[in-house]
Design a binder for this molecule. Structure first.
Ligand code: NAD
Length: 297
């Protein structure tokens, strides 16, 4: 079997188009322009690239983008004061603090200071609890993007066996929760899991979110399974160049899977598209307007 490629880039383009149409109608019918504030502390190069890309796509969707770049030695109290200001700002519907933060800042404290209604990353403890109890919440962007691709490919996920490799708060745990809410039988595997190959072989859906280049080989994949590769790893090629690879060995997995997301061009583009969708969702909820449920969990 040769897997169908799930084209996250094209899917993300469709999400962005629909988000832009929603933004246009919010402006025309309600005179509201959704606004996303992104706060970057320090000068981590990867974070700078992400923040630039988020700002650009926010503007392209017709929304207001507010970028705050703070010095690496910004104090916790100054950062919390900035979040308080954004929480109170009616032009701001989404707030994202780019992680990781410099070590002297307490990430949990900072994230939990964001108003849950504006927490477009879905990391606030209230949103985590709402998701965990199957209630309406803001859902973390990367797992939301994975879920939307899975639903698009399969329709209903009910009764499917899903294995999520990785238990981070950002990807693994919310991904497992979303799959459970969609009635999958979910196993969360992690660095201490015994017989990982056997665990993965049971799965109809495999989501790999580990951060280890090409660690999942094709002979771990059940014939016809759907493989969602969240990993983004830069490796050196034999020619001395670098390239991006995922957490699964693409060629051997694609030979047995029913469907697979490539890296790049799979989960990555969906993450920012879902951030834009979450910002519109937050804006609609804040203003008590009907939201488009197509891009929520
Ligand atoms: P993390 O480091 O926080 O978590 C990694 C998880 O993998 C841990 O829970 C750990 O238990 C598990 N793990 C480590 N070694 C393992 C092993 N040998 N076997 C099984 N499990 C093992 O990472 P994260 O933030 O969840 O990110 C995971 C990957 O996804 C990274 O490559 C990251 O760059 C990528 N990522 C991509 C996007 C995107 O938009 N595509 C977004 C977030 C993260």
């Amino acid at each position: 079997m040769t897997a169908q490629v799930i084209d996250g880039k094209a899917f993300a383009g469709r999400v962005r188009e629909k988000v832009a149409a929603q933004v246009a109608s919010l402006k025309a019918e309600h005179n509201i322009t959704p606004g996303l504030a992104v706060v970057l502390v320090g000068e981590d190069p990867a974070s700078q690239v992400y923040v630039r890309s988020k700002g650009k796509q926010t503007v392209e969707a017709g929304m207001n983008s507010y970028e705050y770049k703070l010095e690496a030695d910004t104090s916790e109290s100054d950062l919390l004061a900035m979040i308080d200001k954004l929480n109170a700002d009616d032009n701001v519907h989404g707030i994202l603090v780019q992680l990781p933060l410099p070590k002297h800042l307490n990430e949990d404290l900072v994230i939990n200071r964001i108003a849950p209604s504006k927490d477009v990353d879905g990391f606030h403890i209230s949103n985590v609890g709402l998701l965990g109890t199957g209630q309406k919440s803001m859902v973390p962007c990367t797992p939301l993007g994975c879920l939307l691709m899975l639903r698009d490919h399969h329709g209903s996920l009910s009764g499917m066996d899903a294995v999520v490799i990785g238990r981070s708060n950002i990807v693994g745990k919310p991904m497992a929760q979303l799959l459970l809410n969609d009635s999958c039988t979910v196993t969360i595997a992690h660095s201490r899991t015994k017989n990982l190959a056997d665990v993965v072989r049971r799965a109809d859906i495999v989501v790999a979110a580990v951060g280890r280049p090409e660690m999942v080989p094709g002979d771990w994949i059940k014939e016809g399974a759907t493989v969602i590769d969240v990993g983004i790893n830069r490796i050196e090629t034999d020619e001395g160049k670098t390239k991006l690879v995922g957490d699964v060995d693409y060629d051997s997995c694609a030979a047995v899977a029913g469907a697979i997301t490539p890296v790049p061009g799979g989960v990555g583009p969906m993450t920012i598209a879902c951030l834009l969708a979450n910002t519109v969702t937050a804006c609609c909820r804040i203003h008590g307007l009907a939201e488009d449920n197509e891009f929520t969990a």
